[in-house]
Ligand binder design. Sequence first.
Ligand SMILES: [Zn+2]
Ligand SMILES: [Zn+2]
Length: 115
Amino acid sequence: MSQVLIKESSTLTQEEAGKTERELGEAEANAREILVKMWEHQQRFRCHVDGCTNTSAGPKLEQFLNHWLWDWKQPTELVLCDRCIRWTCIAHLSSDLCQDCRYQLHAEYNLATNR
Ligand SMILES: [Zn+2]
Ligand SMILES: [Zn+2]
């Protein structure tokens, strides 16, 4: 259908104007799509520690052949806790363990040594 429309356009300038408009529209749509994707990504990838509002800084950049692609399935600045396997921000992670697990392990250790 778009090909028919282009053929029917009387002047080049009209065609170009239409093209620019379409391109602008597409760029805007793409920008909006990225914002939505980013929002969904950050809803999905957030630090699980209570009261923490840190989310993924954005999708991970992966090299695919000669291209750099965003991998929306992988967060950045969030790491999986080794013990509870939940996303944890860098501020709440130490020695691959989240704050919750470190407290828990510490409490268990205290219980064990107090006996
Ligand atoms: Zn944990
Ligand atoms: Zn956190």
